[in-house]
Write a protein that binds this ligand. Structure first.
Ligand code: FES
Length: 365
């Protein structure tokens, strides 16, 4: 019996991808391979309506993201509107466009929290990944401004085989910058990251060393710094409950207004995603076929349906199943019970000793 046969519970979070424009070119960008252009972006009035509808639907948190959300001139207006609706507001930013004036405007608008991303602790490594000369200095300055303001700050490091031996220094930098929380998150292989998988996927020894560094830092910093750690799916044997289950806790509005159950859902062919330009969020959440498709357990193969963990991991990641097996309904192939687990094992065994050149994203104006 499907756990969501009736009206689903309200989503907890809205990811508002305000734009795909970004001054950085990270080769593991989680945005889709085909980016939305500036002229297709939702207008301010449309985003204000989306926020109204999200609050009415019961959403608790809105994450303003991108691309680089600070590329939108109306960001403070959107934050102010969301805060006025009682939504918890989080800004996910690279920090390279932040200065004292823009931070003050966001704080005055009611911004609750900032998640600031770093590509590395080593400036040369960071700028090689991000593709922006001087980017690390701008990020450090943004962190300094935020610490001086006192706004709650999480620092995020995306790690991979080319920087995961610096986890100890990354965590030390986050502590020094005054963050209350640091996320050490391995790249997940969707979108552009999949293009660069061989250049980014660590081997088992590298992963174990990074995990040990996180454990040691947790002991060292204790309650002074919360440390979140996300391991690469491929090295695991149990899938993660991606997005907390498809269509259960999360919705994502793209720059052009498409509503997705996850940020990578457009990689699944044949699916039609509704637009906020043509339908309300409640109708989309409760009855759009794209949200029903993998909600609950009815869609699962027998491998998942017979598993005691089916309502714990919700079958894992549909986009990963699509990418690795060509079938979005398949058991997530990272699962040891998956008939396609050998696909993942072959990828892990085939990681070259020497990382190939990275393929970079192009800027969008
Ligand atoms: Fe789409 Fe996991 S990223 S379901």
């Amino acid at each position: 019996m499907n756990a969501f046969a009736g009206t689903p519970p309200a989503p907890m979070s809205l990811l508002a991808e305000l734009t795909h424009r970004c001054p950085l070119q990270c080769p593991y960008c989680s945005n889709p391979v085909a980016l939305d252009r500036r002229e297709t972006e939702l207008e301010t009035s449309e985003w204000l309506r989306v926020l109204d509808e999200a609050a009415a639907l019961g959403v608790l948190q809105v994450h303003f993201s991108g691309g680089e959300p600070m590329a939108r001139a109306d960001l403070a207006e959107l934050v102010r509107h969301a805060a006025g609706l009682g939504l918890y507001t989080n800004l996910i930013t690279s920090g390279v466009m932040m200065d004292a004036v823009s931070l003050a405007a966001l704080v005055a608008a009611g911004l609750d929290h900032v998640q600031l991303s770093f590509q590395d602790v080593d400036p040369a490594g960071a700028e090689r990944i991000g593709g922006l000369r001087g980017g690390q200095a701008r990020k450090l300055e943004a962190a300094r401004l935020m610490a001086a303001d006192g706004i709650p700050l999480t620092i995020n490091f995306v790690i991979h085989r080319q920087n995961c031996d610096r986890v100890t220094d990354m965590i030390a930098l986050a502590h020094k910058l005054g963050a209350a929380r640091v996320e050490i998150a391995h790249v997940q292989y969707h979108g552009w990251a999949q293009v660069n998988r061989d250049a980014l996927l660590p081997n088992r020894d590298q992963l174990d060393a990074a995990t040990l560094a996180v454990q040691q830092a947790r002991t060292l910093y204790g309650d002074a710094l919360a440390i979140d750690y996300v391991t690469p799916d491929y090295h695991g044997t149990r899938p993660k409950p991606c997005m907390g289950g498809w269509g259960q806790r999360f919705l994502n509005v793209t720059p052009a207004g498409e509503v997705l159950p996850c940020h990578a859902a457009q990689s699944i062919p044949g699916m039609v995603f509704p637009s906020v330009r043509h339908a309300g969020l409640r109708a989309i959440w409760e009855s759009a076929p794209a949200f029903q498709r993998f909600r609950g357990t009815d869609w699962m193969s027998e491998t998942c349906r017979s598993c005691a963990l089916k309502e714990v991991d919700w079958g894992g990641c549909r986009c990963q199943a699509m990418a690795l097996t060509g079938d979005p309904s398949a058991t997530d192939p990272v699962c040891s019970r998956s008939p396609a687990r050998e696909v993942v094992d072959r990828i892990l065994a085939g990681v070259p000793d020497q990382a190939p050149e990275l393929a970079y994203r192009r800027f969008l104006s």
